[in-house]
Design a protein around this ligand. Structure first.
Ligand code: IMP
Ligand code: MG
Length: 173
């Protein structure tokens, strides 16, 4: 078997309270216009499903699947879309939802790709932020937790595709 969970970093109660708070902040931040919540798969799937249920305004949901061409290309910042949202982006408020911001490279490239689609606005929402991002030109407007610089799993986050289903966020052994 692989690695084991070391310590609970954010429990279910803390996550639920935080997501509720973030939903309220997002509701307040977008008074008018169409809102499209774009989840970056796979890591955001649990966070996104809880988050949209805490946003009290009309919205649409779609997803993005991004892939890099292996580690070397990844560090040069090249990202390719494996699934491109079918929903029209032009003229809408786009909220890109990410599980965790680490170096911010994935997001940096995605933001360029998405701004080419002429959205009305384009912002990032991340449940966790390690605040070690050096490449991120675009600040993360909505952040849940300032995460410790440890490898975290659970609530959608994986290690080699495992642990995504764990209902809390933990660090690995
Ligand atoms: P970045 O481009 O370096 O910001 O990488 C962000 C992506 O790396 C996230 O969407 C996660 O999929 C993954 N990642 C970064 N840190 C962690 C972690 O602590 N646990 C699990 N996945 C992580
Ligand atoms: Mg991942």
């Amino acid at each position: 078997m692989g690695r084991a969970v070391k310590r609970v970093v954010y429990d279910e109660r803390q996550i639920a309270d935080k997501v509720k708070e973030m939903g309220a902040a997002i509701t307040a931040a977008y008074p008018d216009g169409e809102l499209l919540v774009l989840g970056l798969l796979k890591g955001s799937f649990i966070f996104l499903s809880d988050l949209v249920r805490q946003i009290s305004r009309p919205l649409q949901v779609d997803f993005l699947v991004a892939a890099s061409y292996g580690d070397k290309t990844f560090s040069s910042g090249t990202v390719r879309l494996l699934y491109d949202p079918e929903t029209e982006l032009e003229g809408k408020h786009i909220l890109l939802v990410e599980d965790i911001v680490d170096t911010g490279r994935t997001l940096g490239r995605l933001m360029e790709l998405l701004s080419d689609r002429r959205p009305r606005s384009l912002e990032i929402c991340a449940l966790l932020h390690k605040h070690i991002a050096t490449d991120l030109k675009h600040p993360t407007k909505f952040v849940g937790f300032d995460a410790p610089n440890e490898f975290l799993v659970g609530y959608g986050l994986d290690h080699a595709e495992n642990f995504r289903h764990i209902p809390y966020i933990a660090s690995l052994q």
